[in-house]
Design a binder for this molecule. Structure first.
Ligand SMILES: [Ca+2]
Ligand SMILES: [Ca+2]
Ligand SMILES: [Ca+2]
Ligand SMILES: [Ca+2]
Length: 823
């Protein structure tokens, strides 16, 4: 115990250096908030300059602007199709329509529609034909400059429209500047609204706040943005029970798939509580906590708003009112089987206060590899580091007798032949580093009906220590610690000896033997070797842990960490790792896996099932935690480490301890999954995980199915996707530019523009989510400069609504962007 403790003291906790790598493959559109185009509104006709204006507003702080100094050519903003968008469901009923317009220096007294400024609602059937004539509502052009004024109209629909599209426009002969804001539709009872009706939200995002809320949630310019210039800012000054949310549009996902969900966060002046640790994903809506919240959607995510699996909250560290700069919050989540889409949201629950900034919202699909932990379910019931060797008797790992702990190694035999256990090489295992020094050797043995007064070594029982050089030869003759055979049956007694090694051994083996002429039953326990100063100790000599596992507890600990047979109560099979602690005296205990090889800069999922019994201390705020580097004294946890260097003959840790704390809200909890995900540091060669009680935890926790999985970042649902290069960035250093298609999302028609800096061969292709090529739009030698290509979904055979990718291949590189087709 003492020796292992020393080693643990040497494990200095380093701050985890999380790699805040950009997640190039996030499915969240405009997750970094740098796209400065409004959500749900698209530039349609470009006879003027169209801009998203942040200086004029009838409602909120933004509006849509058209600058048109000249006649000739219309200028028009176009809305998304609002007919069945998300929760909308336009019906064949009466609708009141309205909008606000402001003008500056426009033409007056228009004689026809070409000279007018108008907001026009169109209602179409599935064939794209008007159900009723378009309803145009005209700006007041009685003077050249007019402040915000409302225009209104109404319409009685005779059937349910398949498309509802709104145009904000200046006719081809109109001139001047116009702003549009607050476009609304209403019916009684409610059937639908206009998305981003006040033009406040950026592409990909929506927001919501309780009525009467004095705070706000929006995209803002920020000098200290985590990426680029813009962040989402949520600000709440009162604790009046209002709530605010800034949320992404749903993005398609696959049921059962694993997703890495993350966001960067910083905050000021938030309400605090000493128990408000950062949490794991939890379903409970805690009223006064700031969070990242996420949802899964089911059904047709572009035309339904059906959620599944419940809200999941990642609560931030609210122990201090101001964050330590930008902090990454992340979790791993498996999509429910029925999931079709995912959305995430910046959220202040009703009574949270303060200002919280969010940036780099990300959701990345990961492929879950094979489990890497040996004996992860603890069902391989053999002692670690010792294996049956000679089999002319019965060898048993048994809890019938033990000198310490619960278990020992037994050998029983009633005839001729040799029966023995043999250890693995102990010379340089992990932290061991045996040297040319004096070693104390010892073992405890208990006998039952053995032969007495042996006449030769052949009739003896005992423990051999072998010390070998690099060639496999003995450095010194094997040292034999004979059992006391002066009586047939003797209780536990210790036998010891010493050996002076003349050179550092390359191999060291321990053999527990009943020789050929010996009979009866013997139990071995606490087989040890050691030196002063310390160089090495025995692995597995206490026979307490199964294959693949080790344990450790502070000296004098009254508790224990070991593998236990619990029968039907195990999560898998019949064995669990059981940690039991009765006092809160500052001792600590750990049951830990041997290191398994890992790759650097790769994500790993660490998980366990855990069941708690009378655990303490308790507090209603002690949710399961997010991954934390902080060692919290009174919490039970799943802990994990990365290793560097040689993981078989070294014990070098990198990246610091990482803890996922178990819930300590209720004393007893049935089997529950706990998970953390981490990226292996650049110098990582291995990883291990551990069931752990920090010093002052009390009670009992059973752990089972302790696993580590390699997680591979995926761009699409297939591994051999066509997107090997250029994912994400819209501009290559070479000067190749691939623009977002316009409009996007689109119904039938859209266009893609791109720029190439030099003449060359170019291909432009469309792929579906499964990586299948739908169309090759361009395959020719092209001149330098900007090119535009039209898309017609019908002609291309794009039959399913959803996300598609378009890929530009040039001699200077390739790049990919996403587009959304809404049928
Ligand atoms: Ca507005
Ligand atoms: Ca940003
Ligand atoms: Ca034992
Ligand atoms: Ca098990």
């Amino acid at each position: 115990m003492y020796l292992k403790k020393l080693v643990f003291w040497m494990m200095v906790a380093l701050l985890m250096m999380f790699t805040t790598a950009a997640f190039a493959n996030s499915i969240i559109v405009n997750g970094d908030l740098e796209d400065l185009s409004p959500a749900f509104w698209y530039q349609h006709e470009l006879g003027g300059t169209l801009s998203w204006d942040w200086t004029e507003a009838q409602h909120g702080s933004k509006s849509l602007k058209i600058d048109k100094p000249n006649t000739g050519g219309s200028a028009t903003w176009m809305s998304a199709d609002n007919a069945n968008l998300y929760w909308n469901n336009f019906q064949g009923v009466f609708y009141s329509l309205s909008a606000w317009i402001k003008t500056d220096g426009v033409n007056t007294n228009p004689g026809n529609d070409d000279e007018r400024i108008a907001v026009t609602f169109t209602f179409l059937d599935a064939g794209g034909n008007d159900i009723v004539p378009p309803v145009a509502m005209y700006a007041d052009q009685s003077a050249g400059t007019m402040d915000w004024h409302e225009v209104t109209g109404d319409v009685l629909l005779t059937e349910e429209p398949a498309q509802v599209i709104i145009y904000l426009g200046m006719g081809e002969d109109a001139t001047g500047t116009a702003w549009f804001d607050n476009v609304n539709v209403s019916s009684d009872p409610w059937t639908a609204g206009i998305f981003d009706n006040s033009m406040e939200e950026p592409n990909g995002w929506m927001s919501w706040a309780s009525e009467g809320d004095v705070g706000f949630a929006e995209q803002v310019y920020d000098d200290d943005a985590y990426s680029g210039d813009y962040v989402a800012k949520l600000m709440e000054e009162d604790d009046l029970g209002d709530e605010m949310v800034f949320y992404s549009q749903p993005a398609p996902v696959a049921g059962y798939a694993w997703y890495l969900v993350s966001v960067m966060v910083r905050y000021d002046d938030v309400n605090t509580n000493d128990m408000y640790y950062p949490t794991y994903q939890v379903p409970e809506n805690v009223q006064d906590r700031a969070n990242l919240c996420f949802f899964y959607h089911t059904g047709n995510w572009w035309s339904d708003w059906a959620l599944t699996g419940g809200d999941q909250f990642l609560y931030f560290d609210q122990r201090t009112e101001t964050s330590d700069g930008w902090t990454m919050y992340w979790t791993i989540s498996q999509a429910p089987p029925e999931a079709t889409a995912f959305s995430m949201r910046a959220r202040l629950n009703p009574t949270a206060t303060g200002t919280v900034y969010y940036d780099n919202f990300s959701c990345v699909k990961l492929d879950k590899g094979d489990n890497l932990v040996e004996n992860w379910n603890l069902e391989t019931h053999s002692p670690f580091f010792f294996n049956p060797d000679e089999l002319d008797g019965d060898l048993l790992w048994t809890n019938a007798e033990a000198h310490t702990g619960n278990l020992s190694a037994m050998v029983s035999k009633d005839g001729a032949g040799v029966a023995s256990w043999l250890s693995d090489n102990q010379a340089t295992t992990y932290w061991n580093n045996m040297d040319a020094v004096l070693y104390d050797l010892s073992a405890w043995m208990k006998t039952d009906g053995v032969n007495t007064d042996p006449g030769s070594e052949d009739e003896m029982i005992g423990v051999y220590f072998h010390f070998l050089d690099g060639g496999g030869g003995d450095i010194v003759p094997p040292v034999f610690l004979p059992a006391d055979q002066s009586a047939a049956t003797l209780d536990w007694n210790e036998v010891s000896d010493q050996v002076l090694l003349t050179e550092a051994p390359v191999e060291c083996y321990i053999e527990l033997v009943m020789n050929n002429g010996a009979t009866g039953t013997i139990y071995f326990d606490d087989v040890n070797f050691g030196s002063d100063p310390w160089t090495a100790g025995s692995f597995g000599g206490d026979f307490e842990t199964p294959t693949g596992w080790m344990h450790w507890a502070s000296e004098g600990d009254v508790g224990m960490a070991d593998v236990a047979w619990v029968g039907d109560l195990a999560y898998s099979g019949v064995y669990v790792a059981k940690l039991v602690e009765e006092d809160d005296l500052g001792d600590e205990m750990v049951f830990y896996s041997v290191p398994t090889p890992v790759q650097p800069d790769t994500y790993y999922l660490f998980q366990t099932m855990a069941r708690t019994v009378d655990i303490g201390p308790l507090d209603n705020s002690l949710w399961p935690s997010s991954v934390m580097s902080e060692n919290i004294s009174d919490r039970a946890n799943l802990c994990y480490f990365f290793h560097s260097g040689d993981i078989e003959n070294g014990w070098n840790l990198t990246g610091g301890d990482q803890f996922v704390y178990l819930q300590q809200r209720e004393a007893t909890q049935s089997w529950t999954a706990y998970r953390g995900i981490a990226m292996a540091p650049a110098d990582a060669t291995g990883a291990s995980l551990r069931a752990r009680f920090n010093p002052t935890v009390t009670g009992e926790v059973w752990y089972d199915n302790l696993q580590i999985f390699e997680m591979t970042e995926l761009f699409t649902g297939v591994e051999d996707s066509p997107f090997a290069v250029g994912q994400g960035p819209s501009t290559l250093p070479s000067g190749v530019v691939l623009s977002q298609n316009y409009p996007n999302p689109f119904n039938a028609q859209s266009s893609i523009s791109f720029n190439i800096p030099a003449p060359g061969d170019v291909q432009l292709e469309i792929y579906d989510l499964l990586g299948r090529r739908i169309a090759r739009l361009v395959d020719e030698h092209m001149a330098a400069g900007t090119h535009q290509v039209a898309i017609n979904a019908d002609e291309l055979g794009m039959t399913a609504s959803g996300v598609y990718f378009y890929r530009l291949n040039t001699q200077n590189g390739a790049m990919v962007r996403k587009m959304t087709f809404i049928k």
